[in-house]
Design a protein around this ligand. Structure first.
Ligand SMILES: [Zn+2]
Length: 243
């Protein structure tokens, strides 16, 4: 990553993924990028709504590119942009797009401004590629994404034990991923058994395997129910990510 600084000018080249955008003035956009080095960064794209602007593609969500940023006294601006991936197939498949939107929202919710987000950036870029180009179901890819996100953010429970009584879940049929009890609750410990928070033994094993082997190496196309994981993440974020 090139970086040049002198007393008056400050340029920086950053790889960024567009999480959000809004219009600004007559023909500009403001985008929120996720970057490895600086977490979330708000950038003005001057003239990016003009049809012939070289910054036009930089103003779209789900765009990965290299941004040359200039920081003067006011807003940080992009002066040049190179497209790396537009994840184009997502834009033609509403089903996949809705899952991609969910992952973007969750990443936006946990990422900090001006704090490195290397793991989250890599996770999100790979997830969007899997959703756009991969053969795995979007539900499975999204479940794996959210489980990794819980790990990065430090609120992922161990699937082998009940969080509350520490009992091994090896001989149980399953357990509840309980947001209100902040972890995995066995049948004895769960306060309000909700069916939508239930994960069977196989689901728990699947999540463990995602953690250790990664989704690309998983062979069983098990359909893990998304709702317990989505609810769990939403509870930690304090807002909804599912449409
Ligand atoms: Zn327990």
């Amino acid at each position: 990553m090139g970086q040049a600084t002198d007393a008056k000018l400050s340029y920086q080249t950053l790889r960024g993924l567009v999480l959000r955008r809004s219009n600004w003035r007559d023909s500009d956009r403001i985008v929120t990028l996720l970057t490895m080095e600086r977490g979330k960064v708000d950038v003005v794209l001057r003239g990016a709504r003009k049809p012939k602007s070289p910054l036009l593609p930089a103003g779209e969500v789900f765009t990965l590119g290299e941004f040359v940023l200039y920081k003067g006294r006011g807003h940080e601006m992009a002066t040049a942009f190179t497209l790396l991936d537009a994840y184009y197939p997502l834009r033609q498949d509403y089903h996949r797009l809705s899952f991609a939107s969910l992952t973007l929202k969750a990443a936006d919710g946990v990422a900090q401004k001006e704090a490195p987000e290397e793991h989250l950036f890599i996770l999100l870029a790979r997830t969007l590629a899997r959703l756009a180009y991969g053969k795995k179901s979007p539900e499975e890819v999204t479940a794996a994404f959210l489980w990794h996100l819980c790990g990065i953010e430090g609120f992922r429970p161990d699937t082998a034990f009940c969080t509350l009584c520490k009992k091994s879940l090896e001989n149980e049929e399953g357990a509840y991923l309980s947001a209100s009890q902040d972890g995995i609750a066995c049948e004895d410990c769960v306060e309000k058994p909700r069916k939508r928070e239930w994960l069977s033994k196989n689901h728990l094993l699947w999540l463990k395997e995602v953690e250790t082997a990664g989704i690309d190496r998983m062979e069983s196309p098990l359909s893990v129910p998304l709702s317990p994981i989505v609810t769990y993440v939403e509870e930690h974020l304090g807002f909804r990510i599912m449409q």
